[in-house]
Structure formats: C-alpha cells, structure tokens
Design a protein around this ligand. Structure first.
Ligand code: ARG
Length: 301
C-alpha cells in the first residue's frame, strides 16, 4: 500500500490543482459553558424546573459535550477563538447569536429578551479585540429598536451569493435592510412560524455543496415556496425525528457535518450526497434550545 501522501494513481490531482481546491481554514468563535444553566425560559425547550434537580450532572454533561465539540472542530482543521463567559449570562455559550460576520463585516446583535441583552456589551468588546487583531474589518450596529440575533437568524449562502434571514420569534423583519447593506448581497427573509424553531439555524442547515437541509413545518408557506424556488432539488426536507432533536442546528466543514443528533435515515441521506455525520453529545444544550451551530459563530476563513 502506498504511504500517506504517496501518489495512488495516475489520476491523482496535480499539486497546483490540489492547492487550488484545498478548503480554507474556518475560524470559529465559542464560549465555554462555565455559567451555562437553564434558569429562565425564553423558548419552548427551556424548562428550569426540569434542569434544577440535575444541575450538577447536566453541567458536567454540558462541559464534556462542549469540549468534544471544540475537539471535533479542531480535528477538522478549524481554528477556534474563545470569548470569556460571564456569570449571570447562562446563554452566552450560544455565540452564534452575538453577531453575523460576512466578508469581514460584523453586524452586532440586538437581543429580543432582557435575559440576554447583557451579552451585547461582551460581544462588542470581543469584536473590537478581533478588529484590533485584524481578523475582522468594520463593526455595524442596527437602528434603535430593531432586534436581530446574529448567525442564529442568518445563514450566509456563498453558493448562491445571498443571505437567508429568519424573522418572527427573535429577529425583526426590518433587520433585513441593515443586513443587506452590511452583507452587500441580497437578503431573503423567511418567516418562522413554529415556536420550537425560533431561530433560522434551528430549522435550516446549509451544506458546503449548496444543499439546504430544512424543517418544512418551521416556515410559512410563502417561505417554504421561496426556499423551493431558489434551491430547487438542493432543498432537502429534514426527517421529523431529527428535526425534533435539533439536528438541523449543524456546522458543515468540508464534507463533514458536525451535529448533536443524526438518525440512521439522516445518516444515509447525507452519505448519498457525500457527507459524513460527526455526532457530538450536546443533549444538555438542547434543554436550552441549542445544539452545535448555536454554540458556534463563523468568523470567516
Ligand atoms: N437559550 C437560548 C435562547 O433561547 C438558545 C439560543 C440558541 N441559539 C441559536 N443560534 N439557535 O436564546
């Protein structure tokens, strides 16, 4: 057998072609679950009364899951930046909500619920540091009174040169105007109608080849129609069982999809399209309504 790196056949790509095709290294932002808990309820997944009795065990599970998630990303070649957690802000672990970063432009979040508004100052400080390190360019702020929960409600679709945005439960539809200016690309705003799928990233997952895994029931009929019109056969309906485990809340790195749950059916479906499921035990975070993608903010490559 040829050793690693040895040419396997005459059809092996030329070095130049291989270099051109090599995926860039994604940079991701995470925040450790030091203060993570379910102490209030701002979505239907959160039940403080069910959390409390098992608090210590669940915290341990959360920490183990978070460490495994970070290790999985690093194993796939991603660079992980971290944001220091803060006491009293248990949902800060969900860095996806801090902002959206598109082509080095940062649109900072404004949270819907007072419980999370304290995270905004931490997010701004962190992005100022990232700007000083030249990892991002400009920071943009939404007009007064307009809510927008960052990557939670924005899926940057480089295959199509657009940005999908979710609105209703958390982000305001009006935020799409600011997002469009910052992103310098069309923004397609989709209404979210099922309270369990309160952020776009709980019901829409973009794969690296442009496929969109989506939870049909989460969208208004017009929204679903729009997804169909634009994605065509690349729109794949997420199996019900997986949808209800927040499997759509996944991060795609190359051909690997990092997620908190994957049924045999979904695994098969992904395999047929050339993707591998990388399942990480994130059940403790699902009790807060989050999974892999909520715990991660894509900063660019
Ligand atoms: N408990 C958090 C909330 O309700 C979960 C956030 C999940 N984040 C996400 N991007 N979907 O705000």
């Amino acid at each position: 057998l040829p050793g690693a790196g040895a040419p396997r056949s005459a059809a092996a790509p030329q070095p130049a072609a291989a270099a051109a095709a090599a995926p860039q290294r994604p940079r991701l932002l995470m925040s450790a679950p030091e203060h993570f808990e379910v102490s209030y309820a701002i979505n239907p997944w959160m039940q403080p009364d069910l959390w409390r009795p098992d608090d210590a065990t669940l915290r341990r599970h959360a920490r183990a899951g978070w460490d495994a998630l970070r290790a999985t990303y690093e194993g796939l070649g991603a660079a992980v930046e971290t944001m220091s957690p803060a006491a009293g802000l248990p949902d800060m672990v969900f860095t996806a909500n801090a902002a959206v970063v598109i082509d080095r432009q940062v649109l900072l979040a404004r949270f819907r619920h007072p419980e999370r508004q304290g995270e905004e100052a931490h997010g701004r400080a962190l992005f100022e540091q990232l700007r000083a390190r030249r990892l991002v360019d400009r920071l943009h702020v939404l007009p007064e009174g307009v809510c927008f929960e960052g990557n939670g409600d924005a899926v940057v679709d480089n295959t199509r040169g657009i940005c999908w945005m979710g609105y209703g439960p958390r982000s305001d539809r009006r935020a799409s105007e600011t997002l469009q200016e910052v992103a310098r690309r069309p923004v397609l705003a989709l209404e979210l109608v099922d309270p369990r799928f309160y952020h776009l990233d709980t019901c829409l997952s973009l794969l690296s080849g442009g496929e969109l895994l989506a939870v049909k029931r989460a969208f208004s009929p017009q929204g679903w129609q729009q997804l169909q019109d634009i994605a065509g056969t690349q729109l794949v309906e997420m199996p019900e069982e997986d949808a209800l485990q927040l499997a759509a809340n996944a991060v795609c790195i190359g051909r690997d999809l990092v997620m908190g749950h994957c049924s045999a059916t979904l695994r098969q479906l992904l395999q047929e399209r050339g993707y591998r499921a990388q399942v990480v035990p994130l059940d403790a975070f699902r009790r807060s309504g989050g999974s892999a993608r909520c715990l991660t903010l894509e900063l660019g490559t």
